[in-house]
Design a protein around this ligand. Sequence first.
Ligand SMILES: [Zn+2]
Length: 470
Amino acid sequence: MKYVRQVMAVGTLAALGTAGDARAAGDDGRARFLATYKELVETNTTLSAGDCTLAAQRMAARLTAAGYPDKDLRLFVPDGHPKEGGLLAVLHGADPQAKAVLMLAHIDVVEARREDWTRDPFTLIEEGGYFYGRGTSDMKAQAAIWVDNLVRFREEGFKPRRTIKLALTCGEETNGALNGAGWLATHARDAIDAEFAITEGTDGDLDAQGHRIALEIQAAEKVSQNFTFEVTNPGGHSSRPVPDNAIYHLVRAVDRVSHYEFAVQLDDANRAYFTGMSKIIGGEQGAAMTAVIANPGDAAAVAILDKDRDWHAMLRTTCVATMLSAGHATNALPQRAKANINCRIFPGIPREAILAQLVKIADDPAVVVSIPEIRGPIAAPSPLTPKIMKPVEIVAHQLWPGVPIVPALEPGASDAQFLNPVGIPTYGITGIFVDPDGGGIHGLNERVRIQSVYEGRTFLYRLVKLYANQ
Ligand SMILES: [Zn+2]
């Protein structure tokens, strides 16, 4: 998930972090990194036609080639899911008392159809300053950076104080698919044990001109939960319609969802975000942020922020209709009509409270509201302690002096939802700056700025080194 605002410039991509700067900083091995990234993007890892196990094997081969012994690499393939495997790897630390740091990435991607895309989604294409391809942004860049980090650390003979672990997992992008991080949390908890984990979440924000606005660090994330609206009916011949029609009941209930807004809520994460952003953005929007922090009931200020889809989502629980199915024949009254309502629940709110609210919103006893599946327990967000933030500040200052660091409440969900509940606090930190439109994440023609990927590589390389030597 990505957020960016159209606000003033802090530093431009053109002015900072060029390839030459990177080389001057001793940042070599870029061609090898690119090959890793390309191999990952070009290995289709969609649930329908892809193979995460193959991608994991390919990444393992790179680590083997870099000198990692077999005992430090573990391919895992959950029973009954031969193509949904992943990889664990370890670089041992010098201090056995120090807990590990875990680099976590999902290697599966959202479905992408060649006929819908301008370019082949499973070919890494460099064009006009961007990498194009499914997963270029979400999140094969960071996955490739993690593998590349291990290769570089080994090559340099880096001996960290803490052990550095890598987990590449499958199944993050598809609700209902086996989730690799969830599988590890229950089947290999010891293998991934760490003081904390770093994964996707919030990124850096660029404006439309490519100016850096802020580096966002995920402080908390919403919980994704599906609900089903379902209406059943005896049906009948369509030549003899009656008002009691399953489709009509359903669409009226769904329409009521479209008109409903959950109340504004503030917690540490979105309060910190709006406090930081109000100063960066200023003007009417900045003033509205300050006003909402002081009084979440300030309807005029909320209305200003609600015009931005990201801010709207950060302020409250949201629910939206995402799928519909109904009827069984063109000449029959429908016997069944069903909708999926996808909610993004504000941290700390139980699913049952949202279920009860949806029953009220549907306002029709013919509409049965239920929870089709639960992905796991809900854990409290992990605090952004100085141990996490200080290294971020150090490296961000080296690479992007003057660019503010802003904690954020992420409306999307990541694999943090599986690791937080088993005692591995998981943070969304990428250092990859993205465009205001999000770059086609989960959608068409996914892309990310080439320079952003290379800068993210430098950022995460230095950051993990600092964490590992804490
Ligand atoms: Zn992702």
